[in-house]
Write a protein that binds this ligand. Structure first.
Ligand code: IVH
Length: 693
């Protein structure tokens, strides 16, 4: 009814509308602020539908505060995704002093430095918050994003706008584009006050400052987020249109000058001894700091070195986090259960009498494998010391032998799968027992599905482990393709998902929406999602870079299996692909059941071809290079990383497809082969001239 006469709603409708809006606002608050919805999804949906109906009939009623217009009132939408112009990396971890010297040795080796060259290291606290990238254009704050998967984060601009530590305007000599990366966190005292306040108002109580900060940033309603005591430290850069410094220390001084708070203390160290002394000093200060830290971070000071060092997979070679020792507690081991992983690995898990370790309740700990249980002689009923380090799964570090019951018995590791009862095998030289049930083992199937939807794979929001287990048990989802057929099947179902306990229209539709959003997927993610043994994120990406297209990949794997042409050699030429990885890959694609699953899946999803993104065309783009012999000015690792960074492929062996062989000192058989095949041979210097280095 949108006729001219009815453009203005009558008083009764206006009253109804206002009441509905107020009610929805209350429910939103209960849902988002307190994590405690007061109505079912279905009821909430019907309120919103009624508001939408009224607004459709009387558009004049729509204002910016309408639940249909506000971010915080559109729960099904969540946050917008934002692609990071420069990936947001994470950090590798060091736990022992030895790990720190290893880190320094790796750097020196990679850069091929002599003993007298000094590598300065900037040291700073590792704040226990959540990372955030803040973007400035011409000095003006324009955008803020969470890390997400490192490539794409969530748009939290409006929530970050209210953090006073984040300057909204930077004056002075600022690059046109400047991205500041740092940590959003909450101070301990402010966290305590927030929790006290939450308790009074019946709101959600947070386990620790980190959770409170994360929960507050992820509020869809920016007003709620603004009321929370959030703070920000800036410690690194993302995209910048012009360099702002030559060192990490220079970056932080600039950031300080521009108004970004810095975590203290910071130092520039020159030796491993200096670094470890800094670590000890900060560890001693830790209890007195106003905010939680979980370690310290070491970063190579020279940005030139940082650039040369680059990164591996998700972490830079030039930085590392040195974690503080884990917190420990004593409890009783009630049972040892065996979990079955996606590749059939049987992992023993300790079920514990629940205990708080460092503010988190722990009721399970990993026992790794049979040898670990034997080595520590861990038995059911034992008193054990449990430790928790950061996000790492809790571990049992020690058994209190003097508290052991006299009748306790050593644990016998089972030789069969607890789920499908197929026999288990432990290959020579391996620590792991594996279920041989393969494709018939339901435990493996469920784990593969969980992997398939996980964050670095298909990243299907709302399809968590519990739901996968339930849907698998009820035969709603048995193979990856079933996930994408779910909505259609549900339409004809007598027991539709929205009718399940705890579900409703809203949650069912949200699930279908997040599934449908993932019908188009990049090749690297797709390969990773298949859960092929030994194929992690990095190898998946390399496979994508090599084969560019899913059909080509499958075809080449069959050629490998059949021994056709150079296929197998080409596979082995991919970085980190050795005989064992190759066997798993080829085996996976040769398995008839996997072929059916893949064919079926490909009727549901579109896998985008991989497009090699080169910063610019270089003299070696797309060329295949083999390094051989001893290089003088750079390590083999750096040579390889540089070549790959310029778009070249680095192979381990010479074939007719090789474009260049770079021969260092004492080059042997590869040089001979290159000459035989007429492949162009370069000296180290000629190579550097070619790439303009
Ligand atoms: S530098 C490329 N510095 O730790 C390196 N990170 O475990 C970028 N973090 O994702 C990170 N304090 O969220 C850096 N002083 C600090 C940090 C820090 C905390 C967080 C950050 C990062 C995570 C890695």
């Amino acid at each position: 009814m949108t006729g001219q006469n009815s453009f203005f709603a009558d008083a009764a409708t206006v009253a109804e509308y206002n009441k509905l809006v107020a009610e929805i606002r209350q429910h939103d608050e209960a849902y988002y602020q307190d994590d405690a919805p007061k109505v079912s999804d279905a009821e909430y949906d019907s309120l919103r539908r009624r508001v939408e109906e009224i607004e459709a009939a009387y558009p004049a009623l729509v204002s910016s505060s309408s639940p249909t217009q506000k971010v915080g009132a559109a729960p099904s939408k969540g946050f917008k995704s934002l692609e990071h112009s420069v990936p947001m990396l994470s950090l590798g971890n060091a736990f022992e002093s030895q790990d720190v010297s290893d880190f320094m040795d790796r750097i020196r080796n990679f850069l091929k430095l002599s003993a007298s060259d000094v590598v300065e290291i900037v040291t700073e606290p590792k704040i226990d918050g959540l990372s955030c990238s803040v973007r400035y254009e011409k000095g003006r704050f324009v955008q803020a994003a969470t890390r997400g998967d490192g490539a794409t984060g969530e748009d939290i601009t409006e929530n970050v706008r209210s953090i006073s530590d984040v300057p909204k305007m930077i004056e002075g000599d600022v690059p046109d584009i400047l991205e500041v990366r740092g940590e959003i966190y909450m101070r301990r005292d402010e966290f305590m006050r927030l929790n006290a306040e939450q308790e009074k108002t019946g709101g959600k109580i947070f386990a620790n400052p980190r959770n409170a900060a994360a929960g507050s940033v992820r509020q869809l309603n920016p007003q709620v987020s603004a009321a929370r005591p959030l703070r920000f430290f800036g410690y690194a850069l993302g995209q910048v249109s012009v360099p702002i410094a030559e060192t990490q220390d220079g970056i932080r001084q600039k950031l300080k000058l521009w108004g970004f708070a810095q975590a203290e203390p910071q130092a520039v160290c020159k030796t491993v001894e200096d670094i470890l002394a800094y670590y000890k000093a900060v560890e001693a200060k830790r209890p007195d700091l106003p905010y939680d830290i979980d370690g310290v971070v070491y970063k190579v000071n020279s940005l030139l070195y940082q650039e040369r060092l680059g990164f591996v997979a998700r972490a830079p070679r030039w930085a590392i986090a040195h974690k503080f020792p884990a917190e420990k507690a004593i409890t009783v081991l009630k049972d040892i259960i065996i979990q079955v992983g996606r590749t059939g690995a049987l992992t023993p898990v300790a079920e514990l009498e629940p205990i708080t370790v460092g503010g988190v309740v722990v009721s399970r700990a990993t026992l790794h494998n049979e040898d670990e249980i034997q080595r520590k002689d861990i038995r059911v009923g034992d008193h054990v010391v449990v430790q928790r380090a950061g996000d790492v799964i809790p571990q049992i570090v020690e058994v209190l032998q003097d508290k052991r019951a006299p009748d306790s018995k050593p644990f016998n590791f089972p030789h069969e799968c607890p789920i499908c009862h197929s026999h288990a095998v432990r290959e020579e030289g391996e620590a792991v027992w594996r279920c041989t049930g393969g494709l018939v083992c339901p435990a493996q199937a469920v784990e593969r599905l969980k992997h398939f939807v996980s964050r670095l794979a298909f990243d299907i929001e709302g399809l968590g482990s519990k739901i996968i287990e339930e849907f698998y048990a009820e035969e709603l989802i048995r193979t990856p393709a079933d996930i994408f057929k779910l909505e259609d099947r549900d339409k004809g179902s007598l027991t539709p998902i929205r009718k399940r306990a705890g579900w409703g229209d809203l949650s069912a539709n949200n699930l279908f929406e997040s599934i449908n959003k993932r019908r188009v997927i990049s090749l690297p993610r797709f390969i990773y999602a298949l859960g092929i043994p030994q194929i992690g994120e990095a190898t998946a990406k390399r496979l994508a870079e090599t084969y560019l297209n899913i059909t080509v990949l499958r075809h080449s794997m069959h050629e490998c299996a059949e021994g056709i042409g150079d296929a197998y050699q080409n596979l082995l030429n991919i970085q980190d692909v050795g005989e064992s990885v190759a066997a798993d890959l080829v085996g996976f694609f040769a398995e008839p059941h996997n072929q059916t699953i893949l064919d079926d899946l490909l009727t549901q999803v579109t896998v985008e071809d991989f497009v090699l993104v080169l910063a610019k065309e270089t003299p070696v783009s797309g060329k295949t290079v083999v390094f051989t012999g001893t290089l003088v000015t750079m390590s083999r690792a750096e040579a390889k990383a540089t070549a790959e960074g310029l778009g070249a492929k680095v192979a381990g062996s010479v074939s007719s497809k090789t474009d260049y062989v770079v021969a260092g000192e004492d080059a042997g058989s590869k040089l001979t082969k290159a000459k035989d095949l007429g492949v162009r041979v370069l000296t180290e210097q000629e190579w550097k001239d070619l790439i303009g280095n």
